[in-house]
Design a protein around this ligand. Structure first.
Ligand SMILES: N[C@@H](CCC(=O)N[C@@H](CS)C(=O)NCC(=O)O)C(=O)O
Length: 214
């Protein structure tokens, strides 16, 4: 058995943050497939009792520990590996600030938008999609501006803030119906920089469950 087990599935950008971090730090890890779209196991009483009371992925098992919330998982892995770790107290707070903004408003809107657009059956109501798209344009604009003149979110080095913020951004443009990289040049260059890190892999390669059965 690998040192780390990550409950995840390929379409989850929230889980991708943790899977990518594990790969980038060279951890000995294995995915545990959560059949989110088929059996919907995350909604079962057993999952909520035994795996995660919040009914979500990702969940990381390490030794006797069980961690949920990607921001917590990223922090735990950064502290253990000393990689992608914000260095000073000020940087730690700055990383946390961006991780919270990301969870709530960047990937926090992108994930549900893509889900309602291409994965939900039936798809989301156009008014809901329109609302989310407006919020997404605003928050991607904020991230794009932040990355002007910076290689990474905190400065010259990649940290867990970057690994959080890239959660959904490598999924295909067709799934969003618009091309994030083409519309936001600083985000595009930053995504290329993360992609160049040793150990980077696409979410559909890193986690099980792609493609979905028809
Ligand atoms: N803030 C959480 C979000 C986790 C999350 O929403 N995961 C989705 C899958 S992409 C999920 O399990 N959703 C189930 C639900 O909301 O019922 C994190 O970053 O870990």
């Amino acid at each position: 058995m690998a040192e780390y087990q990550l409950y995840c599935f390929a379409q989850s950008g929230n889980a991708y943050r943790a899977a990518l971090m594990l790969n980038l730090i060279g951890a000995d890890w294995e995915p545990v497939f959560v059949d989110y779209f088929g059996k919907g196991v995350q909604r079962s009483a057993e999952y909520r009792t035994d795996i995660n009371e919040m009914g979500e992925v990702p969940v990381l098992l390490h030794g006797g520990k069980k961690l949920t919330q990607s921001g917590v998982i990223l922090t735990y892995l950064a502290e253990r590996s000393k990689k992608f770790l914000p260095r000073t107290d000020e940087e730690r707070l700055e990383a946390l600030r961006w991780i919270i903004f990301d969870n709530q408003k960047v990937n926090g809107f992108l994930g549900p938008y893509r889900f309602l657009r291409v994965l939900a059956k039936p798809p989301g109501h156009p008014a809901v999609l329109e609302f989310l798209k407006g919020r997404i344009d605003n928050t991607l604009g904020i991230l794009n501006k932040r990355l002007a003149g910076r290689s990474f979110v905190l400065g010259s080095e990649p940290t867990i803030a970057d690994l959080s913020l890239c959660a959904y951004l490598y999924y295909p443009a067709e799934e969003f119906g618009f091309d994030i990289a083409a519309e936001h040049k600083n985000i595009a260059a930053w995504l290329d920089r993360i992609k160049a890190l040793p150990g980077w892999a696409h979410p559909y390669k890193l986690m099980p469950g792609y493609p979905l059965p028809q």
